[in-house]
Design a protein around this ligand. Structure first.
Ligand code: ASP
Length: 348
């Protein structure tokens, strides 16, 4: 991490940066009542409007509601809506902050990293573990940090949470109850926020390519968590004729059972015969899948399985859906999957 002078920082720059705040729901916008934590748009807007005058010390804020959902209900339709709106607004503001539920924030940030490439502005996702309306909430800090970060010329789709900025396509939700809810297991934080903001050298600050918006996704994907005693017969119910990709959440470096009645290789053969891609990710979030090390991985590779490398599960799923959505033929899919498209995986 190297401390970076903050170009365009609000306190020193005479012209306020214009930041678009997009609301999509999540706990940040919820209220505690007798029946639990609920989304209530009117109450939320009153709470948010109270914060805006303070946020206006950092930037010129424009607020827009895109949708209002618990993020468990966010899907590719919402990704498309959000991607198109961000693309449309990319030249009329200096940065965008997206308020989003934490549960699927890493999925949306990953999906948008593929759908929206080479944006000329930062897109910072944030949310909170406790509603903004609650006195002991983490929302205010996350909101202030995100708006501040969005005033900087960083060309990333990122998640800002608990004083860290992570690349969106490298992030994952790690904790249900801790304010430090996100992590980026295989990539350094893009920035750490203390008295000063310390930016990592990995952060993208130059962007020469043309921005592209292509939010096409295909949902004919299965994710199979491998566990000891996973009965291959249980997989017979998967209609492989209608499945374009199976993603294994395998053991360790990318192993699956290959002996006796729990041997999963015949299932992988069936996938291959049905032209269904087989992708191998791991249950262990740190480090990289490598199918060359053990017999199990070698057998998988012989059958055409693809390694997800050091990608998060969120990036693996959304990248697969994105490539399928773009109807890449077999070899182009394989090449693109193994390639680093937008900073989501380390080069092999
Ligand atoms: N269920 C909420 C959501 O993802 C959780 C949160 O925002 O922290 O929308």
């Amino acid at each position: 991490m190297s401390p970076v002078q903050r170009p365009g920082s609000c306190s020193t720059h005479p012209v306020m940066k214009k930041i678009l705040l997009l609301q999509t729901g999540g706990t940040i916008a919820m209220h505690f009542d007798s029946s639990g934590v609920q989304l209530q748009s009117n109450k939320w807007l009153n709470v948010l409007y109270k914060e805006i005058p303070e946020l206006r010390q950092i930037a010129d804020i424009e607020l827009e509601s895109v949708f209002f959902e618990d993020s468990s209900d966010v899907n590719q339709t919402h990704w498309k809506q959000l991607a198109e709106l961000i693309f449309e607004r990319r030249n009329s503001c200096d940065g965008i902050v997206v308020l989003h539920g934490t549960d699927t924030m890493a999925y949306t940030a990953s999906a948008l990293s593929f759908a929206l490439q080479n944006l000329p502005i930062p897109v910072i996702f944030t949310g909170s573990q406790v509603p903004l309306s609650n006195i002991r909430s983490d929302a205010r800090r996350n909101l202030v940090n995100s708006v501040e970060l969005a005033t900087h010329p960083i060309f990333e789709i990122a998640i800002c949470f608990n004083d860290h900025l992570f690349r969106g396509s490298r992030s994952t939700k790690m904790s249900i109850g801790d304010f430090d809810a996100f992590s980026s297991p295989n990539f350094p934080a893009l920035a750490d926020i203390g008295i000063k903001i310390r930016f990592s050298d990995e952060i993208r600050t130059v962007n020469h390519a043309e921005a592209v918006c292509s939010p096409l996704f295909d949902d004919t994907v299965h994710v199979i968590k491998v566990f000891p005693n996973l009965n291959p017969e249980m997989l017979d119910c998967i209609n492989l004729e209608r499945t374009n990709a199976v993603i294994f959440e395998a053991f360790g470096i990318g192993n699956i059972p290959i002996k006796g009645r729990y041997n999963l290789l015949p299932f992988v053969e069936k996938c291959r015969d049905q032209k269904c891609h087989v992708i191998v990710n791991s249950q262990a979030p740190y480090d990289s899948v490598d199918l060359t090390q053990y017999s199990s991985g070698q057998e998988l590779e012989k059958l055409g399985a693809l390694s997800a490398g050091d990608m998060t599960m969120e990036a693996t799923i959304t990248k697969t859906m994105y490539l399928l959505g773009h109807k890449f033929e077999d070899s182009a899919f394989r090449r693109s999957f193994l390639k680093n498209l937008t900073g989501e995986r380390s080069e092999i």
